[in-house]
Design a protein around this ligand. Structure first.
Ligand SMILES: *Cc1c(COP(=O)(O)O)cnc(C)c1O
Length: 372
């Protein structure tokens, strides 16, 4: 049995090495390192895959979120609502722009924004919602879009962990997450479901004017050469990264299926265990299992982690501290008890290795150690 890793990028690369190497070499040979044809090709392929009108490639997922807020014209004094149970980037960019970050608790089952509480926390200052499709499963986008329309709010989907997942509308119609809100953001960080070999990100929108603005802001606020209409940023996807992504995009559905299969295998091992709660699957989303996250009941998590580490099994806690209790957000004035579900999740969750190369033999070994 091969050593177990949280994510096995080497094993994944070896299966597509020839295609990847050839595509990277082409970039090196034609030296179009920035904004080369590979970037445009990948952009078009991703637009087709997501069925979205515009994909704007950028340097990383954090920039994608920041540029989105900038393009929507959000500024100090405005409020943006998001989840406290996510990676900091989602809320960090809100704070960096001087916008007030307002947290709303998540649901215990899905780890995603609680819609009832979301509506209650909308004020006249609220300008946007950032739903985070955590661990690979969509938020209730139909209801979020309904609320957004009712209160005239923008919706920026944080799709960094859920690329390829489908949202299923009540009508039965499906749409890729990230293509539903005004803007969708994703990250191509190597360990994400669609990851490159460095940093990368992208912004999605169906709105022509917004696309134009997003593209300009990613390019120093420049809409005509050396005419800078506003202050932007420098955020580009390297051609070499686009070359990697353009190959890997062809395998994304296969990769997500492999993750789903691995999750099902784990579920079978853990579903009847009195101390473990397996991930809930909502009726309105497919799940692409960026993470496979269990909730522990009456088990000492630290001891369990210690035991797993001794057996050579990496496990992670996503996330140990909710954002409202992070020191960096102290200035927002939140306190312990404000978002009890997120707080309890932070104390209870544990994420097991999940990736495209995980074998059943490895999973059985993980299960054995976890259960005994
Ligand atoms: C990874 C991630 C980001 C940030 O992406 P980077 O490419 O690392 O900047 C933002 N939000 C979520 C939910 C993420 O998982």
């Amino acid at each position: 049995m091969n050593p177990i890793k949280m994510v096995d990028l080497k094993g994944q690369y070896e299966k597509i090495q020839k295609e990847i190497d050839e595509n990277i070499l082409q970039v090196i040979e034609n030296t179009a390192f920035i904004n080369g044809p590979k970037v445009k090709e990948f952009q078009i392929h991703l637009e087709n895959y997501l069925n979205v009108k515009h994909v704007i490639p950028c340097a990383n997922g954090t920039d994608a979120l920041q540029v989105s807020l900038m393009a929507l014209g959000l500024k100090a004094g405005d409020e943006v609502i998001t989840s406290p149970f996510t990676f900091i980037a989602t809320a960090e960019v809100v704070g960096l722009l001087g916008i007030t970050c307002k947290f709303v608790d998540v649901e215990w089952n899905t780890f995603n924004l609680d819609i009832t509480q979301l509506e209650k926390s909308i004020t006249p200052k609220t300008k946007a919602i950032i739903p985070v499709h955590l661990f690979g499963q969509s938020c209730q986008m139909e209801e979020i879009m309904h609320l957004a329309k009712k209160h005239a709010l923008f919706v920026i989907e944080d799709t960094c962990q859920a690329i390829g997942a489908d949202f299923i509308f009540k009508s039965g119609e499906k749409q890729k997450v990230g293509a539903i809100g005004d803007i969708g953001c994703t990250s191509f960080f190597p360990s994400k479901n669609l990851g490159c070999y460095g940093d990368g990100g992208a912004i999605f929108t169906n709105d022509d004017d917004l696309a134009w603005k997003l593209r300009g802001i990613c390019n120093h606020g420049m809409f005509k050469q050396y005419h800078h209409e506003l202050l932007g940023v420098n955020s580009r996807l390297d051609s070499i990264q686009a070359a990697v992504l353009d190959i890997k995009l062809q395998y994304l559905d296969e990769y997500n299926t492999a993750r789903r299969k691995a999750a099902e295998f784990y579920n079978k091992m853990f579903e009847n265990h009195p101390n473990l709660e397996i991930p809930a699957i909502s009726t309105f989303s497919t799940h692409v299992f960026h993470q496979y996250t269990l909730k522990l009941r009456d088990i000492n998590r630290e001891k369990l982690i210690e035991k797993m580490k001794e057996a050579g099994i990496p496990v992670m806690i996503y996330y140990p501290i909710p954002l409202h209790l992070q020191k960096a957000f102290e200035y927002l004035g939140y306190k312990t008890g404000d978002f009890p579900v997120s707080e309890k999740l932070c104390d209870t969750v544990i994420s097991l290795p999940i990736h495209t190369e995980l074998t059943e033999e490895q999973q059985e070994f993980i299960g054995e150690k976890l259960l005994n």
